[in-house]
Design a protein around this ligand. Structure first.
Ligand code: ADP
Ligand code: MG
Length: 265
């Protein structure tokens, strides 16, 4: 973990507050994410972790604060813009098409690129149908690479709904990777998994980080996993930030310990 090169701040979250009626989901949250980092967000249920990712990817619009991506500051992120800028995410509850094959599900992650490329092609060469087919083939090839990378070749044509849960989560990761993201937001990628599935998923996350240089923002409940694979950790509790630092710093933070033991409430 220590040998890799962490770069400049790529994502800068400043003073974000988000309310739903009377519920304060997030209160004045600030943290940054550096290029090539594995940055974890942890905290008890209802702490605001998913809400934080939803602010970053434009699903929720915070009442206060701002988010900068590669130096460009936004009051509200816009979902499509976020995807186009290179931020992809997976969901806490799987958002896959259960009746569709593995390959077709991962291909849906490619749509954003297919559309923009076809559009560019239509401008350059309005009669270039052959070109569009080549483009489609290149995308299929890219998807096959992802399938190899995630070691799910045997399931390429299987409807996703027929796969064990751990593999479905891997397909969901593949769908996000198909966007070739700079930053990958993962919402509890290991929830509901057994130990072996968790170890596999941890390895894939580290491989993505390592081989593609993708910056990872990861929500995870399993403290062991978080401590193993993260460079830095943000801790939320009741919508407030109560800790931020290396796994060791966070592990020894009194406020974090009591939040996790439930003695602070
Ligand atoms: N769409 C929503 N409408 C109303 N309340 C919400 C919504 N999303 C989240 N919340 C509330 O915000 C708080 C934080 O939720 P969430 O971000 O899902 O926490 P976590 O992911 O840490 O478990 C909770 O009290 C939750 O009920
Ligand atoms: Mg959540």
């Amino acid at each position: 973990m220590t040998s890799k090169k962490i770069g400049d701040v790529v994502l800068d979250v400043r003073n974000i507050s988000l309310r739903f009626g009377g519920v304060k989901a997030l209160t004045d949250i600030s943290f940054d994410v550096r290029e090539h980092e594995v940055r974890a967000i942890i905290g008890p249920n209802g702490a605001g972790k998913s809400s934080m990712l939803n602010c970053i990817n434009g699903v929720y619009q915070p009442q206060d604060g701002s988010i900068s991506f590669r130096g460009q500051t936004f009051k509200h992120m816009n979902s499509r813009q976020v995807a186009e800028m290179g931020i992809a995410r997976t969901f806490q509850n799987l958002a896959l098409f259960k009746g569709m094959s593995v390959i077709d599900n991962i291909m849906t992650g490619r749509n954003l690129r297919i559309k923009s490329n076809l559009f560019m092609q239509a401008i350059r060469n309005p009669f270039g149908i052959g070109g569009a087919q080549k483009e489609e083939e290149a995308h299929r090839e890219f998807v096959e690479h992802i399938i190899d990378f995630l070691e799910i070749q045997a399931h390429r044509k299987t409807p996703v709904g027929q796969l064990p849960y751990g593999l479905q989560k891997r397909v969901d990761l593949g769908r996000a990777l198909a966007m070739e993201p700079k930053v990958l937001l993962l919402d509890e990628p290991m929830a509901g998994m057994n130990l072996e599935e968790k170890q596999d998923m941890s390895r894939f996350i580290l491989d993505v980080n390592d081989e593609f240089g993708t910056t990872i923002v990861l929500i995870e409940h399993d403290m062991g996993v978080v401590m193993d694979i993260s460079d830095r950790v943000v801790v939320l509790d009741y919508g407030k930030k109560i800790g931020d630092g290396t796994p060791d710093e966070v592990r020894n933070n009194e406020e974090v310990i009591s939040a996790y033991l439930g003695t602070s409430h």
